[in-house]
Write a protein that binds this ligand. Sequence first.
Ligand code: FMN
Length: 373
Amino acid sequence: MSNQNDPLFQPHHLGELALPNRILMSPLTRSRSSQPGDIPNDMNARYYQQRASAGLILSEATQVSPQGKGYAFTPGIHSQEQIEGWKKVTGAVHMAGGRIHMQLWHVGRISHPDLQPNGEKPVAPSAIKPEGAKTFISADSGMVDIPEPRALEIAEMTDIVEQYRQGALNAKEAGFDGVEVHAANGYLLDQFIKSGSNHRTDEYGGSVENRLRLPLMVVEAVIDVWGKDKVGVRVSPTGSFNAMDDDNPAETFGTFARHLNDLGIAYIEVVEDSFQGNHANGRPEEVIDAIRAGFKGTYIANGAYTADEARKRIDEGRCDLVTFGRPFIANPDLPERFRQNAPLNDWDDSTFYGGDEHGYTDYPTLIELEKSA
Ligand SMILES: Cc1cc2nc3c(=O)[nH]c(=O)nc-3n(C[C@H](O)[C@H](O)[C@H](O)COP(=O)(O)O)c2cc1C
């Protein structure tokens, strides 16, 4: 197939951003920030720069506040040192001709007192322990159980919104092209949205509208900072990772999509399927239909995509763009590989989280492979 006809290489406008292809890099936590302080470094900048041929890079999830942190070694966007560190990353990506959004993160209950300010309990919509969910709190801790969280007081909701607002402001100072609000994978906003983790009886729980209240307040605050064209939201309607469940994902996420459409954000990124756990058997087509019916902006699909399935679903109008996770970890030049229909490097999941350059910046490109052959 010539590039001219290849759906993956049709340009796409995301607000003011002109994307040269539809092969995006998914947000990927790699747990390699500098310590102390969870500060992005030169090695992180090199990793992202190697992947700058993506239509758009979504950064790894980045905690907006100390309270928003849930794992050792993940980067933050709440201190000046972190902002300076991220400038290295955005500068390196831009120098290589790429584009990058920051994924804004508050983990809610997926944390541990050892990671929280003053050893406090992690916060959540309701005091419900995520059964079976785990985190790691230090290099030697291994995976540890997550304790029961504390339910947020109503008076604390505005503080949560302010944490995101400040994160959004800091991301702007750090030179990003936009931001993605992380409302997926069982973290704070997903905990509010889904019925399994939100048992509140006040205006932040119960009905779908109530469960969406805090996430929508957060999105509005982030739009205040960035403008609607530079904001996206990630959701995982049927994801089960981190002990998540919703009693009616089509209704819940169809409603969320409608509200996000009214707010006019640039895109929704939907985790349709995931190796981390999915209640649906494959892609949840009904939920996808409900989201697409409500949201008229750019629809970004994610989860277990191959190049050919991405081409097919773009062609069929099921999605506009596709994010690739594990394939981008192992293939810094993923768009070029797809262009040539070249074989892919395999990923090594033992080096996904934490460590050094190995399994991070040392995956070879096609050109490097040819040179060493
Ligand atoms: C090492 C690793 C780290 C991840 N970190 C994040 C993250 O920070 N934020 C997020 O929303 N999803 C995260 N995910 C999920 C991916 O973005 C993606 O949804 C998942 O890998 C499925 O896509 P794939 O089949 O193309 O890999 C992570 C996945 C992996 C493998």
